[in-house]
Design a protein around this ligand. Structure first.
Ligand SMILES: NC(=O)c1ccc[n+]([C@@H]2O[C@H](COP(=O)([O-])OP(=O)(O)OC[C@H]3O[C@@H](n4cnc5c(N)ncnc54)[C@H](OP(=O)(O)O)[C@@H]3O)[C@@H](O)[C@H]2O)c1
Length: 255
């Protein structure tokens, strides 16, 4: 992938950071986007070469415009819309401005960056939107988060179909519980337990995503064999009512 360029949002930690390191190993020049400049600077120094970063709060319209402009001016072969977060709390306890911020980052920003990228994409280019296995499972105590991810999966899978004849590959990545900062951010300072279920390191999630990217075949991938199995049995064998009850019982946001 020499001379290929990739832009990754949310590259300062977790899944995005591992994407940056793995893509750099594969020969991509990566542009890392997030709010924490020190972490980005450290990452880019570690990667060496011609990698770069842009500090941006992707919920700030001016910063978002800066990234859209970069996508329009730099010819990227790969965009990974990975920046995102969750709030584990009952819906009526979350202030509206926080709900709006979550929707802005997880949905509006992702749509705007996807639009800018697809507009300029050529045959061979690819877009990965990071969703969640919770996009398939309603999550009481995380209703807005799982709702935003349901949007991301449906939106991205539909784009896969729209773009495939132009050989532009679009893929939704649906991680299960992954060992990153995500849960600490979602739980906040409240005294709540982590979500139950098996946890995978971000390296596993990224490895599976990159394998899928090379094959360029499926519109989405659930990462982690145990989550593929869980999603298959819950969505095929259980009623919606039963799924919601199970998800609500175990949700840290409900306690
Ligand atoms: N971990 C899981 O269990 C899990 C499961 C399913 C899906 N996911 C999804 O995976 C993606 C990555 O999350 P992660 O698990 O790697 O969590 P993470 O370690 O908390 O990483 C989140 C990344 O998003 C960036 N970010 C957050 N708000 C931002 C903003 N306003 N502007 C720009 N960047 C922002 C953060 O950087 P800064 O703080 O420096 O801005 C960070 O680099 C998310 O979309 C998440 O929903 C995670």
């Amino acid at each position: 992938m020499k001379n290929h360029k990739a832009l990754i949002t949310g590259a300062s930690s977790g899944i995005g950071l591992v994407f940056a390191k793995e893509l750099a190993k594969e020969g991509y020049n990566v542009t890392c986007v997030a709010r924490h400049e020190e972490k980005l600077k450290e990452l880019v120094q570690e990667l060496g070469g011609e990698h770069r970063y842009i500090r941006a709060d992707l919920t700030d319209p001016k910063d978002l415009a800066k990234i859209r402009q970069d996508l329009a001016e730099t010819k990227y072969q790969l965009l990974i819309n990975n920046a995102g977060y969750g709030i584990y709390e009952k819906f009526n306890k979350i202030p509206l401005d926080k709900i709006n911020n979550l929707i802005q980052l997880n949905i509006s920003t992702l749509v705007q960056l996807s639009h800018e990228f697809i507009k300029n994409a050529a045959a061979g280019d690819a877009l990965i939107n990071v969703s969640s296995v919770l996009s398939l499972l309603p999550y009481p105590g995380g209703a807005v988060y799982s709702g935003t991810k349901a949007f991301v999966t449906n939106f991205t899978e539909a784009l896969w179909y729209e773009c495939k004849d132009k050989d532009i590959y679009v893929m939704a990545l649906l991680p299960g519980v992954t060992d990153t900062n995500f849960h600490r951010v979602a739980i906040g300072t409240r005294n709540k337990s982590d979500p139950s279920g098996p946890s995978y390191p971000p390296e596993v999630v990224v490895k599976e995503a990159l394998r899928c990217l090379k094959k360029r075949s499926c519109p989405s991938i659930i990462s982690g064999p145990r989550y593929r199995f869980l999603a298959a049995i819950t969505t095929r064998l259980l009623s919606r009512k039963r799924i919601i009850e199970i998800m609500g019982k175990d949700s840290p946001g409900m306690h």
